[in-house]
Design a binder for this molecule. Sequence first.
Ligand SMILES: Nc1ncnc2c1ncn2[C@@H]1O[C@H](COP(=O)(O)OP(=O)(O)OP(=O)(O)O)[C@@H](O)[C@H]1O
Ligand SMILES: [Mg+2]
Length: 346
Amino acid sequence: MSPDTIPVLDVRGLSLEFPVFGGAVRALNGVSLRVMPGEIVGIVGESGSGKSVTAMAALRLLPPGGYRVTAGSLHLGGDDVLAASEPVVRRWRGRRAAMIFQEPMTALNPTQRIGEQMVGVLRVHRRISRRDALTQAESLLRDMMIPDPAQVLRAYPFELSGGMRQRVMVAMAFSCDPDLLIADEPTTALDVTVQRQVLQLLRHHARERGTAILFITHDMAVVSQLCDRVYVMYAGTVVEQGPTGQVLREPRHPYTRGLLDGLPEGAPPGSALAAIPGQVPDMRHPPSGCPFFDRCAYADETCRQRPALLPLDVAAEASDAGQDRRRLACWHPLSPAQADAAGGSV
Ligand SMILES: Nc1ncnc2c1ncn2[C@@H]1O[C@H](COP(=O)(O)OP(=O)(O)OP(=O)(O)O)[C@@H](O)[C@H]1O
Ligand SMILES: [Mg+2]
């Protein structure tokens, strides 16, 4: 297999739970998700749907001993993440996959100047001198359109604005030239203008370097701007997936349509998801049937059985580009005409 055909991230049937007093939170229930080299893939879904847990599991960043994988597998660049030793996984972090979080203050060391932190990251993976690392750090910051990189290198994190800190994080994430960048709501805390700039930078540099991105967000407008493909998650499962344009223009799952409904015409990034009436299920007692049952206008007795995530077009699934195809887990998919009524706004 050529390197281009090995997914940078391949999650298959992953089920994962957190033991809690008197039971377990079943955070993921059979999640499958693939990112190919250079692709920009989104995960969208309401709070608690399992987006962050999926991302953290990919880099084995969940609290050791605090969770159990009950089924499935997880590979980075073809290598088994769940079976690898801790030192090996540590080497993969930053290189195979780097992560950017919503709040850079939690990822940056408050007591160290930006320059020191960047030099530290650059020298973990490469044998270069401090001076060379500092030069590289400066050039990475310049790539992020930071006007005075030398000054930022001398600054402490608290001296920078939120937008500037996030640019520093993006620069650091790119610094080890990762195959995959996992960005978990990286722009949610920023105002709309800064958010747009950071997204453009991310997209531009990812495309230029051939870096794949797994982009986690609540925000359908961001997905439409940034992502080639999207996975829609609900209650620890993928309920719909496919090329972004198709899924957003023509959502076939009532949940996806619910997420898109009410998003104003030409909504800018940062627009909140429309609230769908009802609540996400209690994941200590996940429903055995369709997880969206209680909130779905189309639910009937059939939906007490869990629907499988199946290709919309079975013939196309047999082709090589299987992961690009639309899939849907629903007994009563919206017809294209019903779906169209929702998708026109994005
Ligand atoms: N350490 C933990 N212990 C127990 N439960 C957890 C833990 N981490 C996450 N969970 C639970 O796992 C489920 C999925 O959480 P996750 O953080 O992945 O949601 P999310 O989709 O990222 O939501 P948000 O949009 O709010 O970030 C939730 O029910 C959450 O409460
Ligand atoms: Mg999250």
